[in-house]
Write a protein that binds this ligand. Structure first.
Ligand code: MN
Length: 255
């Protein structure tokens, strides 16, 4: 299997190296790492259009994996990998393993998930994987889950859908297939005054889960200690409302 790996924590991060090493255990895998040269968390689907992208080859001793560090975003990395660096189309794009959760509506801010979405936009199956903790740094369960999942789903992965995986800290109690929860943030801005008397704002805040009691959500599953897998696609169309809107708008008088 030819696999393109990216992330948003940067090419030197522990999570991406764990993922690479776990996937290297399967001799048939041909792995390419194209990842940001520094941390690019919470950059969403940002792309770099107004300056050139610089690429530096990254070597992995004792491994046939090839790597490139890019001074751009996760979406830039996947685009570059697909268009310019890989010798051919990949069978799979995997982003991660991210340090920290990518749950619910947070996927829209996530560089990790955006790298995977970039794969599906181009018609390749993709997986985003995150360890839903800032303090727990053991990525071994995450890497193992990805390996087993790929083996199980071989041939059944959809080129239009990415699998967004989040693992709790420690060994998961099991796996739940979930939907994205609805996350908002409270107390987002800390209003402060700088030494020159000017007001500034610092973004922080705590997540508030609108549907936190819904056992079908990814947020709930991870909170209960399960690994969560949510199938996600980039089509944000609200089909139900589209039907309703058609009926209303088609009756506008001047059009
Ligand atoms: Mn990150």
């Amino acid at each position: 299997m030819r696999i393109l790996i990216s992330n948003d924590d940067g090419i030197q991060s522990k999570g991406i190296n764990q993922l690479r090493m776990d996937l290297e255990l399967d001799q048939e895998n041909e792995i390419y790492v194209v990842a940001p040269d520094r941390e690019r968390s919470a950059t969403g689907h940002k792309i770099t259009m107004h300056r050139p992208l610089r690429v530096k080859e990254w070597s992995y001793p004792d491994s046939k994996t090839r790597g490139w560090a890019v001074d751009g975003t996760p979406a830039d990395c996947v685009k570059l990998g697909l268009e310019a660096l890989l010798p051919g189309p990949p069978d799979l794009v995997i982003s991660g393993i991210n340090q920290g959760p990518n749950l619910g509506t947070d996927v829209l801010y996530s560089g990790t998930v955006s790298a995977a979405i970039e794969g599906t936009i181009n018609g390749f199956p993709a997986i985003a994987v995150s360890l839903a903790s800032w303090e727990f740094h053991d990525f071994s369960f995450s890497g193992k889950l990805v390996r087993e999942l790929i083996a199980k789903l071989k041939g059944e992965l959809s080129p239009h859908t990415l699998l967004n995986i989040n693992l709790p800290p420690g060994p998961p109690r099991g796996i739940r297939v979930t939907r994205l929860g609805h996350r908002r943030y409270v107390n987002i801005f800390d209003k402060r005054t700088d030494p020159r008397g000017r007001v500034y704002f610092w973004m922080a805040g705590e997540p508030f889960d609108v549907d936190e009691d819904d056992p079908d959500t990814d947020v709930f599953a991870v909170k209960e200690g399960y690994a969560s897998i949510t199938p996600v696609h980039f089509d944000l169309t609200d089909y139900q409302y589209q039907d309703k809107l058609k009926k209303m708008v088609l009756k506008l008088e001047s059009f």
